[in-house]
Design a protein around this ligand. Structure first.
Ligand code: ADP
Ligand code: ASP
Ligand code: MG
Length: 447
């Protein structure tokens, strides 16, 4: 039985947290493979280093080292500390060299922001050793996690990773050693490529896929996958079980508890996933698998995605010119921009994209100027609300119930996407109303 256990930033954010997760690991039966994020705050610090460059590399390295050493000093002393410092200093030297690479390189930000995971995993592996368990800190490089794609938004190459890990990690497991692997990035052409913010969940799913694990556990700082974001909806409660499809839709449309790409690598191999609280290991968490259990309420969970825009392109009789429709979407695809929702009429197509992508999309669409685009309208600052529930598509009156609650929250629905998935109904509202809408839906149909 192989369990892949992923620990997020807050779960490895201090000496106490690392000690707590080490206990969780050793109390887990069978073979364990650990994937860890950087200590909380570290990746944000590294993003700041790249976004606000200074010449003072030594000051950056010192600040970075101190945060880790403060925790390490609470955990290690004597011989084990000396051994830890030797490996820590090698990694620190590599971090310093990385900072001096060319900031103009397209993968420079991936190289720098992926550094934190190398240090959290080292501390965790050493703490496991201190507790008398054989453990080794591996990086994506030494574990064989291969990536493809563009800077800051890589994907794993699942086949190459499976090959790499069967050579590099399986033999470690066979010897009874616990591998502690860096999350967040893979290796493309010899250099780090990150999987997007929060990407360690995805790394862990990729590792579970590559090793044909029996279970993936995502250990975080809440009791499980909840009925809504507990930071905003105080009455949110933990969901006991959900399907891969439900979890995937919610994660894609904003439920931050899982990186949006976490589900697919485990779904294809039927590996169940649990979301659990590393601060309350006695809690069972949420089980995500392919067995559907009917819930009692209309909705199971509501997620939101903010900072979106609706971009509406008008072009006469667009519906009769499918090649024009394809050209519009093709132009957007050329910039690798995600379209979250689409709605069409005779002469318009409306698409939901990230606010940050609006200027790029307009520039790309202007390249179609010879093809009679009549107008481009932009509605900035909107949010998508994703409602997930059992068989939403086949239940009569669901939309009526949902939009009654939206009306009661005083929000105007700007666009609707229903029917694409049988578990979710999505719609767009102004961003300043989104929390009222979610609160109303939660009170009425979940809470
Ligand atoms: P980690 O560092 O462990 O990866 P994250 O901060 O990325 O943790 O994700 C956990 C956080 O996700 C929770 O603290 C919670 O605030 C937020 N969250 C948003 N939506 C949900 C949801 N539906 N269920 C649980 N947590 C959610
Ligand atoms: N450390 C990375 C981040 O903060 C990856 C992760 O936490 O999953 O985005
Ligand atoms: Mg996360």
């Amino acid at each position: 039985m192989i369990t892949v256990m992923k620990f997020g930033g807050t779960s490895v954010g201090s000496a106490e947290a690392i000690q707590r997760v080490a206990n969780i690991i050793i109390n887990t039966e069978g073979d364990k493979v650990v994937v860890a994020s950087a200590m909380s705050g570290i990746t944000n610090f590294l993003v700041g280093v790249v976004d606000n460059p200074t010449k003072d590399v030594d000051a950056i390295v010192e600040q970075f080292a101190n945060k880790h050493l403060m925790a390490a000093e609470q955990m290690f002393d004597g011989e084990i500390m000396a051994e830890f410092r030797k490996e820590f200093d090698i990694r620190l030297e590599k971090f310093k060299e990385a900072l001096q690479e060319n900031p103009g390189d397209p993968y420079y930000k991936d190289l720098i922001t992926s550094q934190g995971e190398r240090f959290s995993t080292l501390m965790l592996a050493f703490y496991l050793k201190k507790m008398g368990h054989e453990a080794v800190a591996l990086t994506a490089e030494t574990a064989g996690i291969c990536a493809v794609g563009l800077p800051l938004s890589g994907s794993a190459d699942l086949i190459a990773t499976e090959n790499g890990m069967s050579m590099k990690v399986a033999p470690v497991l066979d010897k009874g050693i616990i591998p502690v692997i860096t999350g967040f990035y893979g290796i493309k052409d010899g250099v780090p490529l990150t999987f997007g913010r929060g990407g360690s969940d995805y790394s862990a799913a990729v590792v579970a896929n590559a090793l044909n694990a029996d279970m993936l556990e995502i250990w975080t700082d809440v009791d499980g996958f909840m009925t809504s974001d507990p930071r905003f909806i105080k009455s949110a409660i933990k969901i006991d079980e959900m399907t891969f499809g439900e979890a995937a839709e919610l994660a894609y449309f904003g439920a931050k508890v899982l990186h949006p790409r976490t589900i697919e690598p485990v779904r294809v191999k039927h590996i169940p996933l649990k979301v659990r609280n590393s601060f309350k290991p006695q809690e069972p968490g949420t089980l995500i698998h392919n067995i559907k259990k009917k819930g009692k309420s209309l909705l199971k969970s509501v997620a939101t995605k903010n900072d979106l825009a609706i971009i509406t392109v008008s072009s006469a009789e667009l519906a009769y010119r499918p090649e024009m429709m394809a050209a519009i979407i093709g132009k957007i695809a050329e910039s690798n921009i995600i379209i979250y929702s689409i709605s069409t009429s005779l002469s318009t197509i409306a698409m939901v994209i990230d606010n940050a992508d609006v200027s790029t999309v307009i520039k790309k669409l202007n390249e179609l100027s010879g093809k009679n685009i009549e107008r481009i309208d932009v509605n900035n600052n909107v949010s998508l609300v994703c409602c997930v529930g059992d068989d939403l598509l086949s239940k009569c009156g669901v939309s009526g119930d949902i939009f009654t609650a939206v009306k009661e929250a005083g929000a105007n629905v700007e666009m609707i996407s229903e029917g694409a998935s049988d578990v979710c109904l999505n719609f767009i509202v102004p961003m300043d109303k989104v929390m009222d809408v979610v609160g109303a839906l939660h009170d009425k149909y979940i809470g």
